[in-house]
Design a protein around this ligand. Structure first.
Ligand code: HEC
Ligand code: HEC
Ligand code: HEC
Ligand code: HEC
Ligand code: HEC
Length: 460
């Protein structure tokens, strides 16, 4: 009720302002008040994805293997929401609104239909478990903000579903209306851009795309994550299409999507050297595959790191440390022995919590990441508690970064051929955090992105 009155006042003021502007000859941009969808509807207003399955079985099976269908139920989502975010909001009431907002993207039906927050746990099998379901996307009409962010979708439940084909196809179960919004990246940006209570962009995949090369070439999110393929049967009772949008939504949880994203080449500055001499290895890392930065999205959790190792003719192994470049905040991009994430002490209810290891990988490796800092300047994985972002040392779309490794051959290096291998690894969640919070192993397992080797001769 209160909200409505405030909304009404804003509309009044805005129309008053527009009239003045009109009189003074200014052109006025349409200003609309954003509709608040929280608790606006009830679950019975929405159809279950299981119903869509009865006629769209193929698309259902694709979707059910993607993270989209598990955004509310996946183990790490459940742990972070229920064990960190919800208790944090209980300790700091200012956080209640943004933490309720997690559901706006992770379970839009739970957000729009739930009357109490948090919604039921995944084990209670409520409709909130449908996560980002068919209905969520196919009832979306537009984005309410420009740029789109923080579940800015406009959704109205009902039997009218939106899609892209013109003229619209016919279905016995529902009405279909063509909506060009489905061909835009703003459609995805409604959930793939996020601004937190500090006004920090803690997720900006669509914004990264927009300033990158793929936007200029009109290669969109859908082209890489929902490729066109066929012949494919969209619905049981129709003919197959050769250009069906496949609902793969494969991303960071698909090792095959991550593999090869960055191409690596390593070369030495000289091919022969004696023990005690320096060889400088250069590694070029070319982002060939992503339409946004790598990593993107949950950047607070993710790391990609470059490991360079040499093996001499006798099989002895040496680890090479990356050369410093000297930019501000570089220490956050080279692995080392630091404690971080102390801000978890509040939600965990452990005032003495000293933090856990920041990186959890061998020291001296280059890390491609962007650190998030809490209000006290400590690194955090709690994006809602992020007051500042650190140096953005991720690899942009089609960007190439070059790293150098100066290696002084140890005096006991065996003469003969030495193999030097550069490996780029990726982890969804830094391992010390995953282990501390008991997040199942698959979230912190090491995924190979790419590898390349070169050879040098060690002289006797
Ligand atoms: C009784 C069967 C049936 C059910 C149930 C059903 N659909 Fe459909 N749907 C169809 C048919 C048939 C088409 C037309 C396919 C064609 O001709 O390409 C269609 C088309 C569509 C399209 C348009 C595709 C395009 O190419 O433009 C969308 C979107 C869609 N359905 C979404 C849904 C959603 C979401 C649900 C669940 C809430 C659902 N459908 C449930 C039968 C069904
Ligand atoms: C994250 C959003 C999202 C979800 C979830 C989603 N869709 Fe779609 N769907 C789209 C977009 C975007 C298109 C593409 C429109 C286009 O380019 O033709 C599409 C296209 C379709 C089409 C037409 C495919 C074609 O190209 O001919 C059908 C049918 C469809 N969806 C049904 C479903 C069903 C059934 C589900 C649930 C099992 C579902 N969708 C889940 C976003 C979504
Ligand atoms: C040119 C192809 C391409 C385009 C365009 C593209 N992506 Fe990606 N995307 C990828 C690849 C490859 C990966 C896997 C590597 C990775 O995790 O970043 C990926 C990963 C992702 C991930 C998981 C990232 C992570 O590290 O957790 C998300 C989320 C995502 N994309 C969303 C989007 C959205 C939203 C858009 C449009 C604004 C988009 N993508 C455009 C290729 C693309
Ligand atoms: C209603 C909100 C919403 C919309 C709209 C949406 N997404 Fe997502 N998407 C999510 C959430 C939430 C996740 C995180 C799932 C998780 O890991 O818990 C996600 C995850 C992903 C991933 C990562 C999958 C992985 O393997 O890590 C990709 C890729 C992706 N979305 C692509 C898209 C594309 C492409 C579009 C537009 C066609 C889109 N999304 C629209 C909410 C949305
Ligand atoms: C604006 C939409 C939005 C909001 C609000 C949001 N998320 Fe997300 N969340 C996403 C998207 C999109 C991804 C997937 C990004 C990627 O794949 O890298 C994601 C990923 C995650 C992941 C990582 C999942 C994985 O398996 O790697 C966790 C955990 C998570 N969110 C928890 C939360 C919590 C807790 C909140 C509230 C404090 C929240 N999210 C608020 C959109 C949102």
């Amino acid at each position: 009720m209160k909200r409505k009155i405030i909304g009404g006042k804003i509309v009044l003021i805005l129309s008053f302002v527009s009239i003045i502007l009109l009189f003074t000859g200014f052109t006025v941009k349409m200003i609309s008040v954003q509709e608040d969808l929280k608790s606006r509807y009830s679950y019975k207003d929405f159809e279950s994805a299981k119903k869509c399955r009865s006629c769209h079985p193929g698309i259902y099976e694709q979707w059910s293997q993607a993270m989209m269908s598990q955004a509310y139920t996946h183990h790490w989502d459940e742990i972070e929401y229920f064990d960190l975010a919800v208790p944090h909001a209980a300790a700091k009431p200012d956080l209640k609104e943004p933490v309720d907002g997690c559901n706006g993207c992770h379970t839009p039906l739970g957000f729009m239909a739930g009357k109490q927050f948090p919604p039921p746990r995944p084990s209670e099998k409520s409709m909130a478990n449908e996560s980002v379901s068919c209905e969520v996307c196919h009832l979306t009409q537009s984005a309410q903000t420009d740029p789109p962010f923080n579940f800015s979708y406009l959704i109205k439940p009902g039997m009218t579903k939106f899609a892209l084909r013109t003229p619209a196809v016919e279905s016995p179960a529902h009405k279909i209306v063509t909506n060009d919004f489905f061909s835009t990246t703003e459609f995805c940006g409604n959930c793939h851009n996020e601004k937190n209570p500090f006004g920090v962009w803690v997720k900006s995949t669509q914004l990264e795309w927009k300033e990158g090369p793929y936007a200029k070439e009109n290669v969109k999110c859908q082209d890489c994550h929902m490729p066109k393929g066929g012949p494919y049967l969209n619905a049981l009772m129709t003919k197959p299409y050769n250009d069906s949008r496949l609902h793969l939504f494969h991303g960071a949880h698909d090792p095959g999507k991550v593999r090869g994203t960055i191409e690596l080449r390593i070369e030495p500055d000289i091919r022969e050297a004696e023990p005690g001499e320096n060889i400088v290895f250069s590694v070029a890392l070319f982002n060939q595959k992503t339409g946004h930065k790598f990593p993107t999205g949950s950047v607070e959790d993710r790391i990609a790191w470059l490991l360079v190792e040499a093996t001499d003719a006798k099989g002895n192994k040496y680890h090479l440390n990356v050369d410093k470049k000297g930019f501000e905040g570089e220490e956050y991009t080279i692995s080392g022995d630091y404690l971080a994430y102390q801000d978890m002490s509040v939600p965990l209810g452990q005032p003495d919590f000293k933090g856990v290891q920041r990186d959890g990988i061998p020291a001296g490796n280059r890390i491609f990441r962007m650190p998030y800092f809490d209000p006290e300047g400590r690194m955090t994985i709690m994006q809602w508690n992020t007051a500042k972002l650190g140096p953005d040392y991720r690899i942009g779309p089609r960007e190439t970064k070059v790293e150098k490794f100066t290696f002084r051959l140890p005096y006991n290096t065996a003469p003969g051929e030495m193999k030097v291998t550069a490996t780029l690894n990726y982890q969804l969640l830094v391992k010390p955090v995953a282990d501390y919070l008991k997040v199942p192993e698959d979230e912190s397992e090491i995924k190979l992105v790419n590898q390349h080797s070169t050879f040098v001769q060690v002289l006797p």
